[in-house]
Design a protein around this ligand. Structure first.
Ligand SMILES: Nc1ncnc2c1ncn2[C@@H]1O[C@H](COP(=O)(O)OP(=O)(O)OP(=O)(O)O)[C@@H](O)[C@H]1O
Length: 360
C-alpha cells in the first residue's frame, strides 16, 4: 500500500503551496471521576490521528455524522484547543509549539466562522463593535481613527448596508447575522477561514446566498477554506476536496468527484446513499444503505477498523488490523488520475458507483 495519509497526490491543486499541513493530530478529552480526588478513568478520543493538507485557495470539506470530531478539528486548527499530540504546520512552522507574539501572528491568519449566528454574536454589542473587535487584539491592522471606516468597508464587502454599523444583532435576520460573523472573520485579512457548519442554522433559502458569498470572498481575497458540515450537498457544491470522518478518524479523502462519484469506503457510500435526490425517478431507483446499530462511543472505539461494527463487509481482519488511510491495494495499479486512486481506509475498499444511479 502506498503511504499517503494526506491525499495530496490527488489534490487538484497539486504543486500549489500547502498552507496547512496537519499530521497525526490527536485530541483526547480526559474522562474524570470523583469530586474531591479527581482521577482520570478514560478519555474521549474526539480526534485520533488525522492527517491532511490545505492548499492555497482551495476548499477542503469535512463531513461526517454528529460527534465524529469535526468541530474538534476546527478548534485545534484555529488554536482554540491544544492537541494531545501531532503537528499543525502553517507555512512550514509547527503552530502547536508557538506561543506569545509568534502565535498571535499565526492566529491572525487562521480565523473561524461559527455555526450559530444567533448565539455567537454578543447581543449587547453593536455590529460595529462586533466586526471591529479583532482590531482590539491586532491594532496594527487598523489604527483607532481608521476603524469605523474599515468596519463599514467590511460590512459592504459581505453585502450589508454600512449604515447599519450602530445596530444590534437582534435587528438582523439569520442570514444577515452570519454575514456579520463572516465580516468579523475577514477583519484581520486572514489566509485561512475555518467555517464550522456556517449555514446549518439558516433557512434553506438563505443557505445558498451565504455559500455564494463565501465563494465570492474566496476569489476576491484568495482565501483557503476548511468547510465543516454534515450537509453533503452543500459540501459538494463548495469543496475542491473532501475528507470523510468517522469516530475521530479520516476514512476517505479525495477530490469532490472522487468522493461523490467514486467512493470506495463503505461508510462514505452509506452516507451518500442517504442524501435525498431531487429527481423522483433517480430517487426511486437508488440503492439505500441502511447502517445497523449506533455509532460506538469515542471513549471506547472498536479495535482495528472503527467502522467494522456497522459494516456489512467486516471480517476478522478488520478487528485485528487497523486499515491505513492510503490508496487501497486493489487500486494501487490504477493511474493517479483515475478517480478510484485516492486514499480510503478500508481493507475491502471497492467502488460502488450505483449509490446515486444515473437517470434513464
Ligand atoms: N470539551 C470536551 N470535553 C469532553 N468531550 C468533548 C469535548 N468537546 C467534544 N467532546 C466530545 O468529542 C467528540 C467529538 O465532538 P465534536 O464536537 O468534535 O464532533 P462533531 O463531529 O463536530 O459533532 P457535531 O456536529 O455534533 O458538533 C464527541 O463525543 C464530544 O462529546
Amino acid at each position: 500500500m502506498r503511504a499517503d495519509h494526506s491525499g495530496r497526490a490527488q489534490a487538484p491543486g497539486e504543486g500549489r503551496e500547502a498552507l496547512l499541513e496537519v499530521r497525526d493530530l490527536v485530541k483526547h478529552f480526559p474522562l474524570t471521576q470523583g469530586v474531591l480526588f479527581r482521577r482520570q478513568i478514560g478519555a474521549v478520543k474526539a480526534v485520533d490521528g488525522i492527517s491532511f493538507d490545505l492548499h492555497k485557495g482551495e476548499t477542503l470539506g469535512i463531513v461526517g455524522e454528529s460527534g465524529c470530531g469535526k468541530s474538534t478539528v476546527a478548534k485545534l486548527v484555529t488554536h482554540l484547543e491544544q492537541p494531545t499530540s501531532g503537528t499543525i504546520r502553517y507555512k512550514g512552522e509547527d503552530v502547536t509549539r508557538l506561543s506569545g507574539r509568534a502565535l498571535k501572528a499565526v492566529r491572525r491568519n487562521i480565523q473561524m466562522v461559527f455555526q450559530d449566528p444567533y448565539t455567537s454574536l454578543n447581543p449587547r454589542m453593536t455590529v460595529g463593535d462586533i466586526v471591529g473587535e479583532p482590531f482590539d487584539i491586532h491594532p496594527e491592522v487598523a489604527p483607532k481613527g481608521d476603524r469605523r471606516r474599515r468596519v463599514q468597508e467590511l460590512l459592504d464587502v459581505v453585502g450589508l448596508n454600512p449604515e447599519y454599523i450602530n445596530r444590534y444583532p437582534h435587528q438582523f435576520s439569520g442570514g444577515q447575522r452570519q454575514r456579520i460573523g463572516i465580516a468579523r472573520g475577514l477583519a484581520l485579512r486572514p489566509e485561512v477561514i475555518v467555517a464550522d457548519e456556517p449555514v446549518s442554522a439558516l433557512d434553506v433559502s438563505v443557505q445558498a446566498q451565504v455559500v455564494n458569498l463565501m465563494e465570492r470572498l474566496q476569489d476576491e481575497f484568495g482565501l483557503s477554506y476548511m468547510f465543516i458540515a454534515h450537509d453533503l450537498s452543500i459540501v459538494r457544491h463548495i469543496s475542491d476536496r473532501v475528507a470523510v470522518m468517522y469516530l475521530g478518524k479520516i476514512v476517505e479523502i479525495g477530490t469532490e468527484t472522487e468522493i461523490y462519484d467514486h467512493p470506495t469506503h463503505p461508510y462514505t457510500q452509506a452516507l451518500l446513499s442517504a442524501v435525498p435526490v431531487p429527481d423522483p425517478e433517480s430517487e426511486g431507483k437508488r440503492e439505500r444503505i441502511v447502517l445497523e446499530g449506533d455509532v460506538p462511543s469515542p471513549a471506547n472505539p472498536p479495535s482495528g477498523c472503527r467502522f467494522r461494527t456497522r459494516c456489512w463487509k467486516a471480517q476478522q481482519r478488520c478487528a485485528d488490523e487497523e486499515p491505513a488511510l492510503a490508496v487501497p491495494e486493489n487500486f494501487a495499479a490504477t493511474l493517479p488520475d483515475e478517480p478510484v486512486h485516492h486514499p480510503s481506509a478500508c481493507h475491502f475498499a471497492a467502488e460502488r458507483a450505483t449509490v446515486i444511479p444515473p437517470v434513464g
